[in-house]
Design a protein around this ligand. Structure first.
Ligand code: ADP
Length: 249
């Protein structure tokens, strides 16, 4: 999938925080339908880059394109509507709402129409059916009525994935999907991501290199805000600069 057209590109991306350059002239090309991993030591700028790509932060300079269209500086809701979805953070789940309600609300928000509209038109059944499918897809078919607050950690992350998928995104950004997980949950999450990618473009920030190796077609290594190396996983893994950066950090 690396030879195809670009789904998401960044050119000369810069982000300063009060004189500190967290992202420094980053060029990134994410091929359509590929899984592209962003890796690098702590403080390398991965989170800042994610925030730039999703509109949560505006770049100081540079340009971001989605399917060849300029999306630089658009607010996060617009970027999301155009098809870039980000896995939600666990803190944004509502502990007292069921898993199904979370997915239904995400489906409704994707239509751009408010809750009142859907309630008045009694079309909630349709969302309910689609929510059920998405919950099945992420392995939460039995947990629709479970309160989000009662789900085990790995299952909360699966719910976030279902919420992100509800928007049927062109590009799915996953922020450390296996962070804090034990081996079993890591394996399950890798299988889950492999199952849901289905022709979709996925960008993931991931510390676990075994996960990167199992999922990623391409890898961009960031260091001190800059791209250190970019390329297919096998090539990047054996690059002396990458080995040095990892051993040295
Ligand atoms: P990573 O995700 O790779 O660990 P970050 O993008 O979180 O890296 O951070 C990159 C650098 O930018 C770090 O040195 C961090 O301290 C700095 N940084 C990130 N966000 C801010 C902010 N809001 N204000 C000031 N500095 C920040």
């Amino acid at each position: 999938p690396l030879d195809g057209p670009a789904a998401l590109t960044a050119r000369g991306l810069i982000r300063d925080f009060r004189g500190f350059r967290a992202v420094d002239q980053v060029d990134l090309t994410v091929a359509a339908g590929s899984v592209h991993a962003l890796v690098g030591p702590n403080g390398a700028g991965k989170t800042t880059l994610f925030n730039l790509l999703t509109g949560f932060l505006a770049p100081t300079a540079g340009r971001i394109e989605l399917d060849g269209h300029d999306i630089t500086g658009l607010p996060p809701e617009r970027v999301a509507r155009l098809g870039v979805a980000r896995s939600f953070q666990i803190t944004s789940l509502f502990p007292q709402q069921t898993a199904r309600t979370h997915v239904e609300l995400a489906l409704q928000s994707g239509t751009g129409l408010g809750w009142r509209f859907w309630r008045s038109h009694r079309l909630l059944e349709r969302f309910s059916a689609r929510a059920g499918e998405l919950l099945d897809l992420v392995g939460l078919g039995d947990a629709g009525d479970t309160l989000a607050g009662s789900l085990a950690y790995g299952r909360k992350r699966a719910l976030e994935l279902a919420i992100a998928l509800a928007l049927d995104p062109k590009v799915l950004l996953l922020d450390e999907p296996t962070a804090g997980m034990g081996l079993e949950d890591v394996d399950r999450t890798v299988e889950l991501i492999a199952a849901v990618r289905d022709g979709r473009t996925v960008v993931l920030v991931e510390h676990n290199m075994s996960v990167v190796g199992r999922l990623a077609d391409a890898v961009t290594v960031l260091q001190a805000g800059r791209v250190l190396v970019e390329g297919p996983y096998e090539q990047v893994r054996t690059d002396p600069r990458v080995i040095e950066a990892y051993l040295g950090s």
